[in-house]
Design a protein around this ligand. Structure first.
Ligand code: PEP
Ligand code: MG
Length: 575
């Protein structure tokens, strides 16, 4: 019987093939008392070492097949296995409680998994729980002498269906046979999703209970555009999706031709399409996808993966390497956007009831100026190696912006004692992601060279809806008419003072928002690398005058986001 299921669309494309359920063996075990803790600790050590060796071997074998990003995921897992703190906690339990390694290890790792899962305000950290869960399974399987599934043996086309997919699973996948992936857990930034996108395999994540609803061999459609999975589709559904798949394949071929083409509108206006990145590892994918610039470098990952406050030298090297690898393209770096929801191991922040309304981003930087100064100095120094622009996150008031600028100019002056013109080419900007800053854009524009609209936060603050809370996700409404008017206000205010206006929130890569944003006059569109070519292809077919008319109609005739959605869908059909 045909069954439709939905999850989060994680990687574009359509796949149709029999389901292959990745069955994990039963990893349950008995809590046992042991008489020889020394031997038990050795057994645990041997298991860790064997897995870490397996992962290193898999990584080596996959070097040619996988991107740098994917290979880095192996390192994350090897780091977890090598973590001395986790090891010591397990060993202490085995010794003091005289329990078997399975029990001690599971207690420790389950606590870590829960800690990550409870970071509901931060999808990135929440999804790191899946890394630890994958390690838990591997270690328990090794201790129990059980075999985890091996995707390397696949020899016919399948849709992989699993509770969760880890890097060791994906590295064994042969894209020739894996036509789609559906997992029960994970979000758009989980590793399964990242891997699927870079292997260009259509994927859906967070499709609850799918592994229980589908049987091995049942025909399955994966629609990675909408996040829909169909079990045992009808003949009409198969025909529809086959057509969608060949249309997408043809489109991709067309888009690929645009890698070196300018981001220009049908009527000849030059705009900019850039990429959002979390580390310099993401730069090759951005460049290969034709990014004009890097419009947002989220520096928090540099801090989050470090055990200590990154030094000026460490940061300088990271920013310099990033800008050098861009071969002349601009790098826009956002200063630290850390907060109660994104923890730093070396700097415990107080627990907050409302972390998104609390101590985060520029608020922390201004409160701990030494840390801020270190980052600014590193950035100013890196600007000698290419075009580095700097922007401040979460600016709310004029005083905050002026205080941040004052610190920036003080550091630049100090550096100029040794390097007279250093930093002369840097452009300064702010993220507009707090409603008050959006309302006050006219005044703030006088202070900076550029704005970058952070719609992920701006929407959560305008709609009073936590961006990580699935129960209120219906309030993520970038197309809501009053919200569109606010965006227009920001753009117009910026332009009154010759301030360039960019957008780096998810809305910038939204297919339906594009003609509206072009109609409002947005200058720069910064998005995930894989959306760039599709956006450029659309942009080149759209005329600014027509987009202006569409925008006008959207905000004068429509009263809800749904109405705008339908209006733009209809309009695009005729474009
Ligand atoms: C945003 O808020 O839109 C944004 C780009 O920043 P982040 O998602 O990192 O908060
Ligand atoms: Mg933000």
């Amino acid at each position: 019987m045909t069954l439709k299921m939905t999850g989060t669309a994680a990687s574009n494309g359509v796949g149709i093939a029999p389901a292959y359920i990745v069955d994990k063996p039963d990893l349950s075990f008995e809590k046992r008392r042991i008489s020889d803790p020394f031997a038990e600790i050795q057994r645990f050590k041997d298991a860790l070492l064997a897995i870490s060796n397996d992962l290193r071997a898999l990584k080596k074998a996959a070097t040619k097949k996988l991107s740098k990003d994917e290979l880095a995921i192996f390192d994350v897992h090897i780091e977890i296995l090598d973590d001395p703190e986790m090891f010591n906690q397990v060993v202490t339990r085995i010794r003091s409680q005289r329990i078997n390694a399975e029990t001690a290890f599971e207690e420790v790792i389950t606590r870590v998994i829960h800690e990550f899962e409870s970071m509901t305000g931060n999808k990135y950290m929440q999804e790191r729980a899946t890394d630890f869960a994958s390690i838990r399974d591997q270690v328990l399987a090794k201790l129990e002498g059980k075999q985890l599934p091996n995707l390397q043996t696949l020899d016919h086309p399948v849709i992989v269906v699993a509770h969760m997919i880890g890097p060791s699973d994906t590295s064994q996948m042969n894209a020739k046979y894996v036509k789609g992936i559906v997992t029960e857990v994970g979000g758009r930034t989980s590793h399964a999703a990242i891997m699927a996108r870079s292997l260009q395999i259509p994927a859906i994540v967070g499709c609850k209970k799918v592994a229980h609803q589908v049987k091995n061999g049942e025909r399955l459609v994966v629609d990675g555009f909408s996040g829909t999975a169909i079990v045992e589709p009808t003949t009409q559904q198969v025909a529809h999706y086959q057509q969608l798949a060949s249309q997408y394949a043809a489109e991709k071929l067309q888009w690929a031709k645009l890698v070196n083409s300018p981001s220009v509108t049908k009527d000849g206006q030059q705009l900019t399409i850039s990429a959002n990145i979390g580390s310099s590892n993401d730069i090759p994918a951005a460049v290969n996808n034709g990014a004009d610039e890097i419009g947002l470098f989220r520096t928090e990952f540099l801090y989050m993966k470090s055990e200590h406050l990154p030094t000026e030298e460490e940061q300088f090297r990271a920013y310099r390497d990033a800008v050098e690898s861009l071969g002349g393209k601009t790098l826009v770096v956002r200063t630290l956007d850390i907060g109660g929801d994104k923890p730093l191991t070396f700097m415990p922040l107080p627990h907050e009831l409302n972390p998104f309304l609390g101590y985060r981003a520029i608020r922390i930087s201004l409160d701990r100026p030494q840390m801020f100064r270190t980052q600014l100095r590193a950035l100013i120094r890196a600007s000698q190696f290419g075009q580095v622009n700097i922007m401040f996150p979460m600016i709310t008031t004029l005083e905050e912006l002026q205080a941040a600028k004052k610190i920036y100019y003080e550091e630049r002056e100090k550096l100029r004692q040794d390097y007279p013109h250093i930093g002369a080419n840097i452009k300064l900007g702010i993220m507009i992601e707090v409603p008050l800053a959006a309302l006050y854009a006219e005044r703030l524009a006088k202070e900076v060279d550029f704005f970058s609209i952070g719609t992920n936060d701006l929407i959560q603050y305008c709609f009073a809806a936590d961006r990580g809370n699935a129960s209120v996700s219906y309030l993520y409404q970038p197309l809501n008419p009053p919200f569109l008017r606010l965006i227009e206000h920001i753009i117009k205010s910026g332009h009154q003072h010759n301030t360039t206006v960019a957008m780096c929130g998810e809305m910038a890569g939204d297919r339906l928002a594009l003609p509206l944003l072009m109609g409002m006059g947005l200058d720069e569109y910064s998005m995930s690398a894989t959306s760039i070519l599709r956006t450029r292809s659309m942009m080149r077919n759209l005329d600014i005058n027509e987009c202006q008319k569409l925008y006008h109609e959207a905000v004068t005739k429509c009263e809800t986001a749904n109405q705008v959605h339908d209006l733009v869908e209809e309009w695009l059909k005729n474009e």
